[in-house]
Design a protein around this ligand. Structure first.
Ligand code: PEP
Ligand code: MG
Length: 552
């Protein structure tokens, strides 16, 4: 990052692009609730009872949430996985904890929020210094609980980003997928992060939302204050703090111009795209929400090539069951008619974890339990999704995509379970569901090596270049220190893609590319030349991609 304008009063901050576009808005500096300044006040001795009452109410609410969570997790994942919530509930009922809180309020005469933060911090620190990993991990449970209680006081959701004011530019150290899961497109004008590469999941979400975003702006959360006016230029990857009226005028003009160009491009995108030599290339959409589907429909999408359902799981307080998923998905699917809908089975693990599945402590998460590996461990979680897909396929052209496949046996196992689910639906509920088409996501070099055997047992394949690259060059997609390696990996991925395309052709199945390479200006032509005839990308990028195809 470089800066101009003098120490602490830097006016222009330079970073690296995640998504192009311009935004003028007010900064919303986002911090985890545990590191935020809290409403702090001292109290009189007569107020002690009132503050203790507030603590008891907050504990009661959190206990209620935890009980619901436990029930669902037990049904979907099993008793063992649900036990963690029992522990959380026990912690909240711990007399010693309540005594400490009472002592803090009486002794220090501080409000409930402060007492909770101080006492929970002390408790977490006690566990953190232990030599035992098991005891140490309790510190995280304590922090998790204090987050829930503080949020309950402040009547905020654990995820504050859901309620950012309209016209906000979010400024954060780093955004996790769970942070961005509930971002409202209509309220957020831009995203600025201190860390996170342009293929990290939060970057993908920024692109999916079509909002300008920059990364690698060191100490942005320290330099930019909440509510300050800023301009975000996603083309030059700069942020202008407290812009002058001249700067605002210039950028307002630029915004008007790009809007005009984009409107014309969207109009052209309604028609199918062919290369100059007449090859038809279909452009599908990567979606995660109702808004994405709407944006895709307005931009000439030809189906959904990748539906990331993690957002539904992440934005739900409790583990979604069949009913919840059907309700959510069918509502979102309303505007989709005959177009293909590729439901990617839940891909958690690595940087995407869920509060109710205990895989956070994996020793090397990106090389551990993720994608289909998690689904095959928690079979009920998989069954729920397969049943939902089968039921939805009665009214929609639904197929499922299995994430992070390594071996053909994983596909065979998923297909076997899918068959059982169709049978169960019929026998138990009298639902005549269809056999669901099942595709493999090719995201590991091992899957490329096994591609013929995988193609043989798959109804289609889709290439996830974001992960394929990271696993090819052993460079984390989220790790800025090895970005150079990652960038070089795309050339290697292209070689893999050629092999996958040939294999798919031999087996007469569709092969699409749904990773970020499918949307990058410089890779569209090589992909089409390699024989790829289906690309899937963020809805906002479809018009640009179609123009690129036409120019080949
Ligand atoms: C990919 O890995 O390329 C992909 C599309 O999946 P995700 O980015 O969700 O991991
Ligand atoms: Mg992936």
């Amino acid at each position: 990052m470089s800066m101009t304008g003098g120490k602490n009063r830097q006016k222009i901050l330079k970073g690296k692009r995640i998504n192009h576009g311009y935004a003028i808005g007010r900064a919303f500096v986002y911090e985890d609730i545990l590191s935020r300044d809290l409403y702090y006040y001292t109290i009189r001795p007569d107020d002690v009872e009132r503050e203790l009452g507030r603590i008891r109410t907050a504990f009661g609410k959190v206990l209620e949430d935890i009980r619901k969570l436990e029930k669902n997790v037990k049904a979907e994942l099993g008793r063992e996985e649900a036990d963690i919530f029992k522990v959380h509930a026990e912690m909240l009922r711990d007399e010693a904890l309540l005594k400490d809180l009472e002592k803090e309020i009486k002794g220090e005469l501080v409000n409930a929020e402060h007492a909770v933060r101080n006492v929970f911090r002390k408790w977490a620190n006690k566990f953190k210094v232990s030599d035992s990993e098991v005891v140490k991990s309790k510190a995280e449970d304590i922090e998790d609980l204090s987050r829930r209680i503080l949020c309950s006081f402040m009547r905020c959701d654990i995820n504050m980003l859901e309620n950012v004011p309209r016209g906000s530019v979010i400024v954060a150290k780093r955004l996790l997928p769970s942070d961005t899961a509930r971002l409202k497109r209509s309220n957020v004008k831009g995203i600025i992060v201190e860390q996170g590469s342009d293929v990290s999941h939060s970057a993908i979400i920024a692109r999916a939302l079509g909002i300008p975003a920059v990364t690698e702006l060191q100490n942005a959360t320290g330099i930019i204050a909440t509510k300050s006016k800023i301009i975000l230029d996603g083309y030059e990857s700069i942020v202008i703090k407290e812009p002058t009226s001249g700067e605002l005028k210039t950028y307002r003009k630029k915004i008007r111009e790009i809007r005009k160009e984009e409107t014309a491009r969207i109009k052209r995108a309604r028609k199918p795209a062919r290369t100059a030599s007449g090859d038809r290339v279909r452009v599908l959409a990567n979606v995660a929400s109702k808004d994405d589907i709407k944006a895709a429909a307005e931009r000439g999408y030809e189906g959904i090539g990748l539906w990331r359902i993690e957002q539904i799981y992440m934005s739900s307080k409790i583990l979604p069951d069949e009913k919840h998923l059907i309700r959510k998905l069918s509502k979102m699917l309303k505007p989709v008619k005959r177009q293909v809908v590729t439901l990617r089975l839940l891909d958690i693990g690595a940087d995407k974890d869920l509060p109710y599945i205990d895989i956070e402590d994996e020793p090397s998460p990106a090389l551990g339990m993720r994608g289909v590996r998690v689904l095959l461990r928690y079979k009920n979680l998989l069954r729920t999704q397969l049943k939902v897909a089968s039921i939805l396929s009665k009214d929609h052209n639904v197929r499922v995509l299995v994430p992070v496949v390594t071996f053909p046996e994983e596909m065979e196992e998923v297909k076997r379970i899918a068959k059982e689910c169709v049978k169960e639906l019929k026998e138990e509920y009298g639902i005549r569901a269809r056999k669901i088409r099942t595709g493999a996501m090719i995201e590991t070099p091992a899957a490329v090596e096994n591609i013929d055997r995988i193609s043989l047992v798959s109804d289609f394949v889709s290439i996830g270049t974001n992960d394929l690259i990271q696993y090819s060059v052993a460079a984390g997609r989220d790790n800025p220190s090895v970005l150079e390696y990652y960038e070089k990996g795309a050339g290697l991925a292209l070689k893999y893609i050629k092999r996958i395309v040939r294999s798919a052709e031999r087996h007469g199945i569709e092969c699409s590319v749904c990773g970020e390479m499918a949307a990058e200006d410089k890779w569209i032509k090589p992909l089409v030349k390699a024989g790829v005839r289906v690309l899937s990308a963020s809805p906002y990028l479809i018009p640009r991609i179609k123009e690129k195809i036409r120019a080949i």
